[in-house]
Design a protein around this ligand. Structure first.
Ligand code: BMA
Length: 331
């Protein structure tokens, strides 16, 4: 068997569907999308922009649940097949490092990763004002909040799943307190997940195409491949009636991830289906997690659709890398 492109575990039980006949897209949608619809649990109107990870015999997830007072909070979910989810009706009861209750005032757009044999959750937290929150769990029952890595305002914090050299590495998107530009992805280094510095610019909004002209933000935890870190990200354009969030990908150097090797010139997925174009916020496809099987090269991408639904798309790592190299624009 050829050496797998993805450096990671064998996960034959991740969700998968072959590319539909007559579809030539590099990412294709799950035919039963969305996997979570309106009012999925009594306390929340919408669950979207959420993260899943292999855990135990099945899967665990940290879900962004927008409560019926409009505020987002993080809820835990469990699943056998990563498509059908049992999601707690109450939000995660965070504690601080001394074990005292440490509730969030709001929390959204989580990413989850396994790092040094623990499970870290990183999300958009209230500093006050949007910034990056960091927490850890070993069992998806007790969740401990850690020091916030960065100052406000910031969103789309995404940790790499291992140290690179001596440092932990964190992608983020510094911003203002609203929904507008500044819109570039930067990275920061830390020896201990507490103190962060050595900040570097990674990727800017813009380029030839308009789909990522307003801002960009890291999506799922980067996937380690033999050719580089595969970063799936969102790019935003700004037509007259609001923003449009689409999905792109980039390949970052394995040892020096501020170096962008390739970057999609065109989006890989943009809102087209009704569950993406109509909802609480129309025209949003916002990826936050992947499940990957190193043996087959299969990747299942979890994305929020229209700030309302949770949806899944698929791709094959070698096809995506070939496409990236042939259709790249690095600027
Ligand atoms: C961003 C974040 C995302 C959301 C998107 C579209 O600023 O708030 O959670 O999906 O806007 O509303």
């Amino acid at each position: 068997m050829a050496t797998p492109t993805i450096i990671g575990s064998s996960l034959p039980n991740i969700p998968w569907e072959d590319r539909p006949t007559h579809c030539e897209d590099i990412l294709w949608r799950y035919s039963k999308n969305p996997i979570l619809g309106w009012n999925p649990i009594p306390s929340a109107a919408r669950i979207f922009n959420s993260a899943v990870i292999p855990f135990g015999e099945g899967f665990a997830g940290v879900f962004r649940a927008d409560h019926k007072n409009g505020r987002p909070h993080l809820h835990v979910g469990r699943s056998v097949d990563a498509l059908s989810w049992e999601i707690d009706d109450t939000a995660i009861a965070w504690v601080d490092e001394a074990g005292n209750p440490a509730p969030t005032t709001y929390a959204y757009d989580p990413r989850v990763l396994r790092l040094d044999d623990r499970y870290y959750i990183i999300w958009c937290d209230d500093f006050p004002g949007p910034s990056i929150g960091l927490g850890v769990t070993d069992d998806f029952v007790t969740f401990t909040r850690l020091e916030r890595p960065l100052m406000p305002f910031n969103r789309n914090g995404v940790l790499f799943p291992r140290r690179i050299g001596e440092h932990y590495v964190l992608l983020s998107r510094p911003s203002d307190s609203g929904h507008t530009a500044f819109g570039d992805i930067v990275l920061s280094h830390s020896p201990d997940l507490v103190f962060w510095g050595k900040h570097r610019q990674v990727m800017s909004k813009g380029g030839e195409g308009w789909w990522q002209g307003v801002k960009i933000g890291a999506g799922p935890v980067p996937i380690e491949t033999r050719e580089g870190w595969l970063l799936i990200y969102h790019g935003v354009s700004g037509p007259c009636n609001g923003f449009v969030y689409s999905v792109g990908a980039a390949l970052l150097d394995l040892d020096d991830p501020q170096r962008v090797l390739y970057r999609t010139r065109d989006y890989l997925l943009t809102p087209e289906k009704e569950y993406e174009t109509a909802g609480f916020v129309p025209n949003v496809a916002f990826p936050c997690a992947t499940l990957c099987d190193a043996d087959s090269g299969r990747i299942a991408i979890y994305y929020g659709a229209a700030d309302t639904y949770t949806a899944v798309a698929f791709c094959q790592v070698d096809e995506l890398l070939t496409h990236l190299k042939a259709n790249s624009e690095v600027f």
